[in-house]
Design a protein around this ligand. Sequence first.
Ligand code: DP6
Length: 326
Amino acid sequence: MSNQTATARAHTNIALIKYWGKTNSKLTIPTTSSLSLTLDHFYTETSVTFQPELQHDQIIFNQKLLSEKQARRISNFLDLVRIQSNCQAYALVETVNHVPTAAGLASSASGFAALAAAASRASGMDLSNKELSRLARKGSGSATRSIYGGLVEWRHGIGDHSSYAMPLSESPQWDLVVIALLFDKKQKQISSTIGMERSKQTSPYYQDWVKQSALDLKQIKRAIHHQDFTSFGEIVEANAMNMHALTISAQPSYTYFNGQTIQAMELVQQLRKQGIPVYFTLDAGPNLKIILQRSNLAAVKARLTSVFGQDQYVVVAAGPGIQYLK
Ligand code: DP6
């Protein structure tokens, strides 16, 4: 067997049409299709070496060796790679996360995308992007989309073979930027995995959300086709709010919003009233992401700086797909 190191870089993504629930948890088959934008500034770099002399997997995360318990999710994922590649050895994994935890972006997206790419190469496999997307999916749903750059669609499919991501066929002409607000550095109380399952099991609106999500995806593609930024933004914002309604309507109810989230939502609404087309979305955390065209960046930044201060946000744009570094 090979004893080679492979290193990969994957960027994180922000969901514009959300994934929020699974029909099969073991294989991570989602209840809905989703759409995301891969981001340029936030990424994870991971090196993997399978070493026959190791007694168990060794995971070094941001220069710290993880305990077996902390490493379990990664080790379980490496088991899948071992089965697929017929490789018996344990692995040394070194991973560095360039996603500020404060950004509230799913670092599991870039994390498992980079791990899937590096581990599959190190084990001797040469997977296509489609196969890589399917593999990353089994680590974390949002990782399915981080294999590709720009706007990416993950079609839910009906099983392992049909559930994977692909780049969106049409790109908008507008120069999309995202302002990530950095409110909360704390780890989220309720992980996405647990949160989405609770919503699916207990929210009375879950099935309506599944239906609405399919409609949202169809309409956002239409908006992109017609170069209609207003509709695009309205759909993104409504889709996010519908997802978050599933947390509030779950039993027991919960929310990822905090006071600053609401304050920032109101600020976005005020900017719109002044005629600036800006919209928001947010994933499983309090940090709002503002979606706008670059032509309005200066005006929006000035406003955010006066309300929250200039250390409380980062401006990002579309980023690339998976990269192999060695
Ligand atoms: C709100 O991919 O973190 O960011 O598949 O259980 O690992 P698991 O969940 P995860 O969920 C992401 C949820 C979301 C929406 C999205 O990225 O589409």
